[in-house]
Design a protein around this ligand. Structure first.
Ligand SMILES: Nc1ncnc2c1ncn2[C@@H]1O[C@H](COP(=O)(O)OP(=O)(O)OP(=O)(O)O)[C@@H](O)[C@H]1O
Ligand SMILES: O=C(O)[C@H](O)CO
Length: 380
C-alpha cells in the first residue's frame, strides 16, 4: 500500500513535518510493508519556507529583521532553485507571526511589517532578484506601510515626521514620496503566495476579518479599515488604481496590497507549495492520501490546505483521509470531500492538554485508521 502524507501544521502544537513524521510512524507500525512519502505542506503562512526548502532540496539562510513590535528578531529565509536562477523564499509568519507576540501585547496598532522589507533588502544585498513571499499568520494590519517604509518609500505624517511603519500611523498619513524606493526592486520578480483571497478593505477585508484575532477592538477594526482606505488612495495614486480590490490584497494585514503596488504577482500559497513539492505526481502513484490541520470546520471548505489536497487526490482518482487536531462547526460538510474525517482528541479535555498530548493522540488515531485500511483490505 502506498501512502502520500501531505498535512498542514497543527497550529499551536505540531509543525507540518512533525505531523507527517508522526502519521508515517503510525502507518508503518500497523503496515510495515507500506510505502510512505511525507510531504509537509503550507499555504503561504507558517511553515512555507520549511515546506519549499525541503521539497526543493534548498537551504535556510539565517537573517535578522524587525519583528512585529519593532524589536530585532533572529529568523531565516530559504534559498531554492539552481545556481543560475536562485530563488529566495520569505515567510512573514516567521518574522512577525502572531504566535511570536505575547497574547497580552497583540494589538495591530502597535505592529509593523518592516521586517519583510528588511528581509528583502538583505537578500537584494546578496544579489538575489527572484522572490517567493509567503503571506499568512501575521500579527500586523498596517497594509504593508512598514514594508514599503523599510524599502525606502517616505510616508509623511500630519505632524510633519516620516512614518516608521506601524498600524497606528495609518490614520496620520498625508503623502507618499516614492523617489527613495530601492531601485533594485525594478530588477526583481516577486511572487506572493497568499493563504487567503480577501480584498484590502470592507467587511471581507483585512481589518474586519483578521483584525480581531490579532487583538484589535471593534473600534480599532473600524478605524484601521478607514485609515487603510486613505493609505490605499496614496499608494494607488502612484502604483495604479484597483489594487485594493484584488484577491489577496488583504492577506497578512494588507501586505498583499503593498506587494501588488511593487508589481508582484499573487498566487494561492497552497498552489505554490503543491507545484514545488510535485504533489500531483506523488499522489498519482499512491493508494491513499492522508492530510490534516489543527482544526477542520466549515472554513476548511473555503480552500484551506486539506481541501486543496483532497481536490488534487480526487482529480487523480484517489481518496483522501482527513486527520485533524479537532473537528469544529459544520465539519460534516467535509464528508463529501474525504473518505473519512477524524479528530485526534480522545475524550473531553482542556485545549492545553490536547496541545500537549498532540503527538501521542495523532499517533494513536492514525494507527486506528491504518489498521482499518489494512484489515478491510484483507477481508475482501
Ligand atoms: N493537537 C491538537 N488537538 C486538538 N486541537 C488542536 C491541536 N492542535 C491544534 N488544534 C486546534 O487547531 C487550532 C489551529 O487550527 P489550524 O492549525 O487549522 O490553523 P488556523 O488558525 O485555522 O489557520 P489556517 O488558516 O492556517 O489553517 C488551534 O487553535 C486548536 O484549537
Ligand atoms: O496573516 C493574516 O492576516 C491572515 O493569515 C490572512 O492572511
Amino acid at each position: 500500500m502506498k501512502f502520500v502524507i501531505a498535512p498542514d501544521s497543527y497550529k499551536g502544537s505540531l509543525t507540518a513535518s512533525k505531523v507527517g513524521e508522526t502519521m508515517a510512524k503510525a502507518v508503518l507500525e500497523e503496515i510495515p510493508e507500506a510505502d510512505v512519502r511525507i510531504i509537509p505542506m503550507a499555504d503561504g503562512g507558517e511553515g512555507t519556507v520549511d515546506a519549499l526548502v525541503q521539497a526543493a532540496g534548498g537551504q535556510v539562510v539565517p537573517i535578522q529583521a524587525t519583528g512585529a513590535l519593532g524589536e530585532q528578531v533572529d529568523t531565516y529565509v530559504g534559498m531554492i532553485g539552481d545556481r543560475s536562477v536562485p530563488l529566495t523564499v520569505i515567510e512573514v509568519a516567521n518574522i512577525f507571526g502572531l504566535p511570536m507576540v505575547e497574547a497580552q501585547q497583540r494589538n495591530p496598532m502597535n505592529t509593523t511589517s518592516r521586517g519583510l522589507g528588511d528581509a528583502i533588502r538583505v537578500m537584494l544585498d546578496r544579489g538575489l532578484r527572484q522572490f517567493v513571499i509567503g503571506l499568512g499568520g501575521s500579527a500586523t494590519n498596517d497594509g504593508g506601510l512598514g514594508m514599503l517604509s523599510a524599502l525606502g518609500v517616505r510616508f509623511a505624517c500630519r505632524s510633519g515626521r516620516t512614518a516608521t511603519g506601524f498600524g497606528r500611523e495609518l490614520a496620520e498619513l498625508t503623502g507618499a514620496d516614492w523617489s527613495g524606493l530601492d531601485p533594485r526592486l525594478r530588477e526583481c520578480r516577486l511572487t506572493v503566495a497568499c493563504d487567503v483571497t480577501n480584498p484590502l478593505l470592507g467587511p471581507q477585508g483585512a481589518s474586519y476579518v483578521f483584525g480581531p484575532q490579532k487583538g484589535a477592538t471593534p473600534e480599532q477594526v473600524a478605524s484601521l479599515d478607514h485609515a487603510l482606505a486613505t493609505y490605499a488612495d496614496l499608494v494607488e495614486a502612484t502604483a495604479g488604481s484597483g489594487l485594493r480590490d484584488r484577491a489577496g490584497a488583504g492577506a497578512a494585514g494588507g501586505l498583499g496590497f503593498a506587494l501588488l503596488a511593487l508589481g508582484a504577482e499573487i498566487v494561492p500559497g497552497a498552489q505554490v507549495v503543491e507545484e514545488t513539492t510535485s504533489l500531483q505526481r506523488h499522489i498519482a502513484e499512491a493508494d491513499w492520501v492522508i492530510t490534516g490541520e489543527g482544526r477542520s470546520d466549515g472554513q476548511t471548505l473555503f480552500g484551506k490546505l486539506p481541501l486543496h489536497v483532497a481536490q488534487v487526490a480526487k482529480a487523480a482518482g484517489k481518496q483522501a483521509i482527513l486527520i485533524s487536531g479537532s473537528l469544529g462547526d459544520d465539519s460534516e460538510r467535509l464528508n463529501a470531500h474525504f473518505a473519512g474525517c477524524f479528530s485526534i482528541v480522545r475524550g473531553p479535555a482542556a485545549l492545553r492538554d490536547c496541545l500537549e498530548q498532540a503527538e501521542f493522540n495523532l499517533y494513536e488515531c492514525t494507527r486506528n485508521v491504518a489498521r482499518l485500511l489494512i484489515r478491510s483490505q484483507k477481508s475482501v
